[in-house]
Design a protein around this ligand. Structure first.
Ligand SMILES: *Cc1c(COP(=O)(O)O)cnc(C)c1O
Ligand code: SF4
Length: 350
């Protein structure tokens, strides 16, 4: 079997390549790709049945990306929140550390599309060193989210070095890796990679699946290998118009993830990222979907629906309203079937 680097090298990165394979209209594409790069690797391309199917939409550039007059380049204010390049310190006890600028596919809805896969994002020995130094002098940081781009596109040696350096910092308790590799390039999860990762427990991985069709024999095998190495797996799904913005798709996805030992963690409201407006749903859509998940589905399969507030204000959960009224005596609420229930507060009875 080919190795993952070879598979990645055969990725489609030009409009001509795309036209040849999917026969779609590519007139506007050179301009889109000049702004936001394209990469569709053969593994993922093979799952795409049409340019406008839920998988195609995630990776095939759309002219709408350039028509966006609403959204902004850096909606989460990550640049202002970076004390050193590629390290975002927003919350008191954890940081986001961007260690690589490339990905196995370039998702059209990426929050960091202003820079991922372009020269506008530079990761180097120097930025890594600056990151380690920052972490050493900020012992209040207990957790590092290693992300990018996709950290798992780095070589095993490089990852070993980065994780080793982080583990040398005594105040770092938890390492969390954010990666889309299990869903878009599962053959990257090799025995050698797993052997590196398992040296650095407690290590968590949050992966990123958006559609049940991304759950294949190969992606389940990748997740099994990681889970067997004792790595707890979570999933960060993005709610995307025309891809997964309906209850049946989300239900099937969340159940499918649990079956491959991935615990749904977050369902994200799409960020206000320039070039992504055409993927955004009304917040009501996500809240209604959540209402149809709670208690109808195993609690294990239910993610938290979150909105990352513009300007780096942080993530907040968007939850359906169950509370009808509350007083010192009782809480009145609706249950998952819409039936009214009463719970007497402490010291009170029914
Ligand atoms: C999302 C995010 C985190 C992690 O948040 P959790 O709620 O712990 O998953 C940390 N730092 C930044 C900058 C983030 O955007
Ligand atoms: S894998 Fe993640 S970082 Fe890379 S393009 Fe997709 S959403 Fe962005």
């Amino acid at each position: 079997m080919e190795n993952w680097q070879e598979i990645l090298q055969q990725s489609i990165t030009t409009p001509e390549g795309l036209a040849e394979r999917l026969g779609c209209d590519i007139n506007a594409l050179p301009e889109v790709i000049a702004n936001f790069p394209m990469r569709i690797n053969p593994y993922f391309l093979n799952l795409v049945t049409a340019a406008d199917d839920p998988l195609g939409k995630q990776v095939i550039p759309d002219k709408a990306e350039l028509d966006d007059r609403v959204c902004i380049p850096d909606p989460l204010g990550e640049e202002e929140l970076s004390p050193v390049p590629n390290l975002v310190h927003k919350y008191p006890d954890r940081v986001l550390f961007l260690v690589n600028n490339s990905c196995a596919v370039y998702c059209r809805f990426c929050t960091r599309k202003r820079m991922v896969g372009t020269p506008r994002m530079r990761t180097s020995k120097e930025t890594l060193e600056q990151g380690y130094e920052y972490l050493k002098s900020h012992p209040e940081v207990r957790e590092v989210l290693v992300s990018g781009g996709d950290p798992l596109l780095l070589s095993d040696t490089m990852l070993d070095e980065i994780l080793g350096n982080l583990r040398k910092i005594p105040s770092i308790e938890i390492i969390r890796i954010g990666t889309r590799v299990p869903s878009v390039l599962p053959m990257r999860v090799t025995e050698d990679l797993v052997a590196v990762l398992k040296k650095y427990h407690p290590l968590y991985i949050n992966t990123h699946f958006n559609h049940p069709r991304e759950i294949t024999e190969q992606s389940s095998l990748a997740c099994t290998m990681l889970a067997d190495a004792g790595i707890p797996l979570g999933c960060q799904t993005v709610l995307l118009k025309g891809v997964n913005d309906n209850i049946d798709t989300i239900k099937e996805l969340m159940r499918g993830l649990l079956r491959i030992r991935v615990k749904p963690y977050y369902l994200f409201q799409a960020d206000l990222t320039r070039g992504v407006d055409h993927f955004r749903t009304n917040t009501r859509v996500g809240i209604d979907i959540m209402k149809q998940l709670y208690s109808h589905l195993s609690g294990m399969a239910v993610p938290t629906f979150v909105l990352d507030a513009p300007g780096g204000k942080g993530k907040i959960p968007l939850t359906p309203d169950y509370i009808v009224s509350s007083s010192d005596k009782e809480l009145v609420f609706e249950n998952y079937q819409g039936k009214l229930c009463v719970y007497p507060e402490a010291g009170c009875s029914l």
